[in-house]
Design a protein around this ligand. Structure first.
Ligand code: PLP
Length: 448
């Protein structure tokens, strides 16, 4: 009989089982998460993890790579086809290393770069001060307007004034379509490379539910584990426009990943990316992505009908940003914790011009990719919107103290007082019932 982790390492086995149950019996509403197929899991859990293959197909530093070469070439070809790009690198370990490689390929330390400000929804790696991208490069952040939409006038003005070497378009908390074409023009006028970080929306782009940046930008980066529904990983692509601007750009990107930043690629991840890209080419995936957005719009409608304010009063994509400031500042933590108690997983998030801090922000970010994978539709979104609104109202009167030293005690008191909240517990029971109707990995044995 084959040895089995449940016998050899019951500690880890039991923790994986607990996490599986948590995922099965809860509503996973963090917009950057999803539930991959069994086939993606199979590729991830395969013997490919045993191999070392520094370099690129047909140019490796180790022997025995004939099949790895084929796998990586397949992933590259599928990525090029899916995103209609000239070149793809599928080796980045994740989204952040992919973005770092873009800097290494296009800038020297100290060069000016421009990106979407983090508290306005941008990602750390687009030049935020706590990230090395904001320390090694001279970061000029751009913002959204008070209505939550990107401030194109400001972006144009800053680009003309600062002449950045690299500009980013893309975000981690932005609920509207990205104006790729307009940003493309601004970057061209400034002579900058424009990189679109489509980590969140790459599935929607493949499905044609969000406009593709490919005609307008030079470089595209993405994670592979969000709407694309693949393993945790990253990719960097160079468009035809990118090669027209700089014929050596693809080589610069490849060299930035290896040997610039990384060693051996994670071949099991590469195989799983290839599997996810194949899945994303099917008509069912297009339907899935359409439903993600339909669900998101319905959820937004339900929340607003139940008195909840949303940034930009709605959404164009898989994501919704709740603005809790009508109830006071810094309320995100209370809502996130209360939703957690009802098995609804979300994350507190800054909102534009947040009156509080990134650690205790005034918003909550929600998304529909995982619920849609489970098969939930508009009817369920309407109900979930009501539950979330009710929970927000249950905790809206808790106040975050101005004095940081008092926050710990305040949160302790908050947790104790909602622990036995009757309505939150009733909603939790409804959530569990709903989850059982939309099973995830039914009869799934984590070992096989
Ligand atoms: C827009 C964007 N870019 C990059 C990343 C970084 O990806 P990773 O967490 O895989 O490093 C994220 C992750 O949330 C993201 O939202």
């Amino acid at each position: 009989m084959m040895e089995d982790i449940s016998k050899t390492d019951p500690e880890v086995y039991n923790l994986i089982k607990k996490e599986l149950k948590r995922q099965q019996l809860g509503l996973e509403m963090i917009p950057s998460e999803n539930n991959v197929s069994r086939m993606v899991l199979q590729a991830m859990g395969s013997i490919l993890t045993n191999k070392y293959s520094e370099g690129y197909p047909q140019k490796r530093y180790y022997g025995g790579n004939q099949f790895i070469d084929e796998i990586e070439s397949l992933a590259i070809e599928r990525a090029k086809k899916a995103f209609k790009v000239a070149h793809a690198n599928v080796q980045p370990y994740s989204g952040s290393p992919a973005n770092f490689a873009v800097y290494v390929a296009t800038c020297h330390p100290g060069d000016v770069i421009m990106g979407h400000n983090l508290p306005d929804g941008g990602h750390l790696t687009h030049g935020w001060k706590a990230s090395v991208t904001g320390q090694f490069y001279k970061s000029v952040p751009y913002h959204v307007k008070s209505d939550g939409y990107l401030d194109l006038d400001e972006i144009e003005r800053l680009a003309k004034e600062h002449k950045p070497k690299l500009m980013w378009v893309g975000a981690t908390a932005y609920v509207r379509e990205f104006p790729f074409e307009e940003l493309g023009k601004i970057a061209d006028e400034a002579g900058a490379y424009l990189a679109a970080d489509i980590a969140h929306i790459s599935g929607l782009v493949i499905a044609g539910v969000h406009e593709s940046p490919s005609p307008y930008v030079h470089i595209i980066t993405t994670t592979t584990h969000k709407t694309l529904r693949g393993p945790r990983g990253g990719m960097i692509m160079v468009t035809q426009k990118g090669l027209d601007k700089d014929p050596d750009l693809a080589n610069k990107i490849d060299r930035a990943i290896f040997p610039g930043l990384q060693g051996g690629p994670h071949d099991h991840t590469t195989a799983a990316i290839a599997v996810a890209l194949e899945e994303s080419s099917k008509p069912e995936f297009k339907e899935y992505c359409k439903q993600i957005v339909n669900n998101s719009k319905e959820l937004a409608k339900s929340l607003m009908e139940n008195g909840i304010k949303l940034v930009t009063n709605g959404t164009d994509n898989h994501m919704i940003l709740i603005d809790l400031t009508p109830f006071g500042k810094g309320k995100g933590i209370f809502v996130q914790e209360a939703l957690d108690l009802a098995n609804i997983t979300t994350n507190k998030n800054t909102i534009p011009a947040d009156p509080s801090s990134p650690f205790y922000p005034s918003g909550v970010r929600l998304g529909t990719p995982s619920l849609t994978t489970r098969g939930m539709q508009e009817k369920e979104m309407e109900t979930i919107g009501k539950w979330i609104s009710e929970i927000i109202k249950e905790v809206k009167d808790f106040e975050l103290p101005d004095n940081k030293a008092e926050i710990g005690n305040c949160l302790k008191h908050f947790k104790e007082s909602i622990e036995h909240n009757k309505r939150i517990h009733e909603i939790k029971n409804h959530v569990v019932e709903l989850c059982r109707k939309f099973p995830m990995y039914p009869s799934f044995d984590i070992l096989r």
